[in-house]
Design a protein around this ligand. Structure first.
Ligand SMILES: Cc1ncc(COP(=O)(O)O)c(C=O)c1O
Length: 457
């Protein structure tokens, strides 16, 4: 009898077995070599312990986990990654990972084509932080000593990276919708000394999109490098239901000098997969090194020659390549439609919250992240209630997140609320699984129940 279906997807494991046999067939000519002796019983004991330990997690794979930016990789990515681990290729050099290096180049080229780039320089790396580090490092090589400027809602990594690189960092305010304020940036640019402006395409807290067309116009007048941190939002250009303003930004993303996009956020990959792209491939010259340890045995490109990290998991490239094979990055395809579903889920939940007098919504979501606060007499009361709602929803099996946001994101005056703090603790939900669309009613039901318990009817 088949075991009762569990919550976790495991059917795909049978495919892994067949793929492993196929991989094995390619190495069959080798003389027998005994691997290390295995105590299968001990191995199983440890693994079962691991399974117990891992239960201490939120159910990130389930649609009722609607909190932080977390989702499990697609089964194809999980299987391809696991399959590659039987070889464990290293994409530092072709000697360590010939097939997986080629797959990395193909997968990265497909990502770059989303932005209209046919011959950029780019590669995978550990994640958004590492990818942004490389982009700002190159920016600093080209504009030594000049400032990096990003909005107050840009990821905090930019400030830290700038400190690591010894570059001055400054932030400029955001407008009431969490977007970099163009007039404030222009005033800053007029004072001089800015080398790089970071445009965030999908802010971490609320998914806002900085106004790229206006930033490009400023770049024409004040010569600076424009780096797009699209770690979260980069793929959304494929969706067909963006706001008109969002669409205008995505249509011009290819005019940035560098772009970061994280396959481990919306690209269905396991963690450890970021991507940095440079429009001008000649910046590869900055990576040049002369090391006695290299094993670059051929004149072909070794990815270690254009990457700051040395050893890198070939398995990550294999997983990404396999995923993009199944889900090509094209408008109208299954992957693009799934992104549209996530945004539609966020808009549907937003409308429910907006129509409910117990809640105060911020601006409509640009992507699939939304934030809201309970209405209360003062911002501080709303913050306390948000914490209680968060806990009550979790008790009922709905997992949300909390965010500390500027009160300017909400129209407190219209809601008759006193502004006794500069920030308000809000509820935040990232509806990044396509299944979220079908689960909005259930999410709302649980939220409504939690709100009745905390706020009263
Ligand atoms: C816009 C943005 N940039 C950078 C990062 C950092 O990426 P990572 O956590 O992959 O290092 C994040 C993470 O959420 C992000 O949302």
């Amino acid at each position: 009898m088949d075991p009762a279906p569990g919550a976790l997807e495991t059917q795909s494991l049978a495919i892994l077995r067949r793929a492993l046999d196929r991989l094995d067939a390619g190495f069959r000519g080798l003389p027998q070599a005994k691997g290390p002796r295995q105590d299968a019983a001990a191995l199983e004991r440890v693994l079962l312990d691991v399974a117990e330990r891992l239960q201490d997690n939120y159910p990130y794979f389930h649609p009722l986990y609607a909190g932080q930016m977390l989702k499990p990789p697609h089964p194809v990515a999980r299987l391809a990654y696991a399959l590659a681990l039987w070889l464990n290729p290293n994409n530092h050099a072709l000697d360590g990972g010939r097939a997986s290096s080629a797959m990395e180049q193909e997968a990265v080229a497909e990502i770059a084509r989303m932005f209209g780039w046919e011959a950029p320089l780019g590669h995978l790396c550990g994640g958004g932080t590492m990818a942004n580090l490389e982009a700002l490092w190159v920016a600093g090589q080209l504009r030594p000593g000049s400032a990096v400027v990003a909005s107050e809602q840009a990821h905090y990594t930019h400030q830290r990276i700038s400190a690591v690189l010894g570059l001055p960092f400054e932030s400029v305010p955001c407008d009431g919708r969490g977007r970099l304020e163009v007039a404030a940036l222009e005033r800053r640019l007029e004072r001089g000394g800015v080398g790089t402006v970071v445009a965030t395409i999908g802010t971490t807290a609320v998914g806002s999109i900085d106004p790229l067309p206006a930033l490009l116009a400023l770049r024409d007048r004040h010569d600076f490098r424009l780096h797009a941190d699209a770690a979260y939002g980069g793929y959304f250009g494929l969706a067909d239901n963006l706001s008109a303003e969002g669409r205008r930004t995505y249509d011009r993303l290819g005019e940035a000098d560098s772009i970061v996009i994280d396959p481990h956020k919306h690209g269905l990959q396991p963690y450890g997969c970021g991507c940095v792209l440079f429009r001008d491939p000649t910046v590869g010259r900055f990576y040049k090194h002369d090391s006695p340890y290299t094993y670059f045995s051929s004149p072909e490109l070794h990815l270690g020659e254009i990457s700051l990290e040395c050893s890198r998991p070939g398995a990550a490239a294999v997983a990404l390549w396999a995923t993009q094979r199944l889900f090509p990055l094209v408008p109208g395809g299954a992957f693009a439609r799934a992104l549209g579903e996530s945004r539609a889920a966020a808009l549907t939940l937003y409308e429910k919250l907006r129509a409910d007098a117990r809640f105060l919504t911020a601006f409509p979501p640009e992507l699939d992240i939304l934030v809201w606060a309970p209405r209360a007499r003062r911002a501080s009361d709303a913050s306390q209630l948000a914490r209680r709602l968060f806990a009550e929803a979790a008790r009922r099996g709905l997992h949300l997140a909390l965010a500390e946001l500027p009160v300017a994101f909400f129209d407190l005056a219209a809601a008759g609320m006193e502004r006794d703090r500069d920030t308000v603790t809000c509820l935040r939900s990232v509806l990044m699984k396509p299944e979220h669309r079908a689960w909005v009613d259930r999410i709302w039901e649980l939220l409504d129940g939690a709100a009745r318990a905390v706020l009263g009817d």
